[in-house]
Design a protein around this ligand. Structure first.
Ligand code: ZN
Length: 551
């Protein structure tokens, strides 16, 4: 998720004039001028428009509609996540469910969330979702094939599903089961299930999906979580921290990652866009059906679904991956700056964060307000996409999350700082190195002590929303989990030296690929990797009610 913009900061006991530099900078997201820490190396050369390999200099070429994303990089084969002994298969699997060996990649160790325990269920570990969705005249009709294992002996399984949707039928391993549906929960009564056995629910449902309130004070979250329908009829979805349950039955928690396939049918010319790779597109009888495959585990908060008159474009990168872009006709002129920035940001991240952890990457531009690091298909709202032309680095921030957040995922929502600290730190470095002269980065004369301004923002955010390591649950994704943790990473860099820290930046995602992590693991690993006891530094930055002093 992009950082919150400073206009949302209340001004009580806080001088907004001190934010003059940061206000415009926020649009370019924490530039060098505002972050002001010269030790972070603003010396890099600008490589954007003048780069001969940049797609921006070439003509806009539209990919064949429906053509799957072509040549992808070859990421290192990923280590399978820690798993229990091999899952023993239950009854014959549904034809849309991968085989037992493939399903193992979807195994997780779900936990109850300390912040939002009312959603999700640690007694179920979903391995795979197949979402067969049809959307016409504002009605969603879905069949969700949910393959899972129970984590303890039980004869009741609850999944999250919005009360706005009606259930038509539920089967467990092809036999009908009874169910109850209330308080945004679908509870199935089942024969006694043993832990570790694989079973499949097929859930048929339909209705007019609606968003649910977000536990946040952010202006871009006032539209709510989950399904959003725009006035032009297009649809997009924003799930973080929970909201997937507004459009499909789900164990809506980051600790239960799963594999996904999806088939989306809409009235032409609308096209359904999902995460992963487009495997097939059929236009027949006034309907367009797309089929999507996600080949690595994914948390529900980084799923995405967008429906509209989308056309597909593509842009190369130096590292060999071709990024796909999904834009509506009305947004066509954004493709050139987007493709240019996408290429630059991706190649910069591969250099600084290490090999890209997934096999595909796309960007879908949506209406409304909502930008999110959705896994392998970044959701970028139209406003954010426009700002890319003026040097904003929002797309780079969301790309950074593919390593820090999507591949390495917090165990629970207490760990939001792990996502935003890393993405903000890398966004600051990127802006400093590649866009020192972008017009929106330096709207006025530089002021002495700009670093203090950023610290002041952090200090205020801590007072308002709590320390980053223990924020107020109804202040989700406030700026307190962005700036302070990014400053903490800079402090660690100073402490351990630039060379060691640059190694650490790459080693963290490489050594935790497809894992869930928390503060204890971060602290243990950083101490081990650096050979220093950084626990007091980390504690100070995550727990203090005021911005800690620098060393
Ligand atoms: Zn973010």
């Amino acid at each position: 998720m992009p950082r919150v913009v400073p206009r949302q900061l209340p001004s009580r006991r806080f001088d907004p004039r001190s934010l003059a530099v940061c206000t415009a900078v926020a649009l370019a997201s924490l530039s060098a001028g505002c972050s002001g820490d010269s030790s972070d190396g603003a010396a890099g050369s600008r490589t954007t428009a003048s780069d001969p390999t940049s797609a921006a200099s070439g003509p806009t070429t539209k990919a064949t509609s429906g053509e799957p994303a072509s040549p992808t990089s070859s990421p290192e084969p990923s280590e399978p996540p820690p798993s229990d002994p091999p899952t023993s298969s239950g009854p014959a699997m549904h034809p849309d469910v991968p085989g037992a060996a493939a399903l193992q990649a979807g195994e997780s160790h779900p936990v109850e969330d300390p912040y939002y325990p009312e959603t999700s269920n640690p007694e179920v570990d979903v391995l795979h979702y197949f979402l067969n969705l049809a959307y016409q005249e504002e009605v969603l009709s879905g069949t969700a094939t949910v393959t899972f294992r129970a984590t303890k002996p039980t004869s009741r399984i609850r999944l999250d599903l919005s009360d706005a949707l009606e259930i038509e039928k539920v089967t467990l391993d092809d036999a009908r089961v009874s169910f109850g549906h209330k308080d945004n929960g679908l509870t199935m009564t089942t024969p006694k299930m043993k832990p570790g056995r694989t079973h499949t629910f097929v859930i048929k449902y339909s209705g007019r999906p609606a968003p649910v309130p977000a536990p946040s004070k952010r202006e871009d979250m006032t539209a709510g979580l989950g399904w959003r329908t725009e006035s032009d009829g297009s649809v997009y979805t924003i799930q973080e921290p929970y909201g997937a349950f507004t459009w499909y039955p789900v164990n809506d928690h980051p600790s239960d990652e799963a594999l996904y396939d999806a088939r989306i049918t809409t009235s032409s010319p609308d096209v359904g866009v999902f995460n992963g790779v487009l495997e097939d597109k059929q236009v027949r009888g006034g309907l367009t059906t797309t089929r999507w495959h996600v080949d690595e585990p994914m948390a529900s908060y980084v799923t995405t679904l967008a429906i509209g008159p989308y056309e597909q474009y593509s842009g190369p990168t130096k590292s060999g991956l071709t990024i796909t872009y999904w834009l509506m006709k009305r947004d066509q002129r954004l493709i050139t700056p987007l493709r240019s920035e996408g290429t630059d940001a991706f190649d910069w991240l591969v250099e600084h964060a290490g090999p890209y952890p997934f096999s595909s990457l796309g960007v879908v531009v949506v209406g409304g307000e909502g930008t999110m690091e959705t896994q392998t298909m970044i959701t970028l709202d139209r406003g954010a996409a426009r700002l890319q032309a003026f040097g904003a680095s929002t797309l780079q921030h969301e790309m950074a999350h593919q390593w820090y957040g999507d591949s390495v995922t917090p165990t629970n929502w207490r760990g939001m700082w792990l996502n935003e600290g890393w993405a903000t730190y890398l966004q600051q470095r990127y802006s400093a190195e590649t866009q020192p002269k972008a017009p929106s980065d330096n709207p006025g004369p530089k002021v002495p002590g700009a670093q203090l301004t950023l610290r002041q923002v952090d200090n205020h955010a801590r007072a308002e929303s709590g320390p980053p390591g223990d924020y107020k649950p109804d202040h989700f994704a406030d700026i307190n989990v962005y700036i302070g943790p990014a400053l903490m990473l800079r402090e660690i860099r100073k402490q351990v030296g630039e060379r060691k820290f640059d190694q650490l930046v790459k080693a963290w995602p490489a050594q935790h690929e497809n894992e869930n992590v928390d503060r204890a693991e971060f602290t243990r690993w950083v101490n081990q990797f650096t050979g220093q006891d950084l626990t007091p530094l980390i504690d100070r930055w995550l727990d203090s009610r005021h911005t800690p002093h620098r060393h």
